[in-house]
Design a protein around this ligand. Sequence first.
Ligand SMILES: O=C(O)CCC(=O)C(=O)O
Ligand SMILES: [Fe+2]
Length: 306
Amino acid sequence: MTDSFLIEEERLDEAQPKILAIDDYVGERRSLGGVNIEPYSPVVGATVRGLRLRPGAVLEPELRRFVYDGLLRHGFLAFEPGTVDSEDFGSLVGLFGEARLMNTPYTPAANEGGGKVNTIDSKVKKTRMNFIWHVDQAFRMTPPRFTALFGKKVPPFGGDTLFSNATAAYDLLDPLLARYLETLTAVHDVETQGFLTLAYQDRDELAAQRAKQPPIEVPLIRVHPETGRKQIFVNELYTLRIVGLSRTASQSLIDLLLDLVKSPDVQARFRWEEGTALIWDNRTVQHRGVGDYGAGHRLLHRAVVQ
Ligand SMILES: O=C(O)CCC(=O)C(=O)O
Ligand SMILES: [Fe+2]
């Protein structure tokens, strides 16, 4: 063995895998008027305590801004049970923008929540697309800004939701590689994992739905419109290929980026409690449900803000 196999002391750090500069992420607990926002993990998510929204209540603009800033800063906010009742979920969502109804054959409208609320019900939903990492509606040019969920029925075990901070995933990239990736675009297609084929059995209906959602071309690395932070904008559910690269190079780069997004170093695993409401910034985080609850009943209400 020659000396060249030994790493000099000063090069030891360079020789190790890149880790996140955690100081950029560790959030302090912040408070305003008795409302506390506490980091759920240093990298993604926070819990909001002390906020009580009663039907028809209007938040002071300063408090509303505080909560909105918390969402931009942390990527998701979980509101402790008792913050809102399920009938009034819509008023919580309304703090962040105007809700839009997003029905699919497997996410029917809920008959409570103040309108524009869907259900994700393990007894009804046949597709398991929510168990694949994604950005909601990333097959559209303008995906929803925020998605909110309310825990109606939580299974006795399992059924967590995972969140990954796609900005932190970007920060794990080698800078030279990042610079190259920023020059590339990707095709996003709703059918990448067969989303429509599994949802629509009728051929004509399937063709009609397909025609409504042609593939789109989007940057591989995207800049958040409000925070200005760069992020990996590749997701497992909808990203089909990178434009202008061979199939092998395209798939290898997509896999590399997905590995970073899926890294536990940039994730939090959210355990549901009945009565918890949660909202995420769909322009910062990716998410997926965990299908480990067997025959347990899992029922979430859901609203999106465009
Ligand atoms: O089932 C989950 O935990 C995630 C659901 C989901 O993907 C969504 O509501 O957009
Ligand atoms: Fe989703």
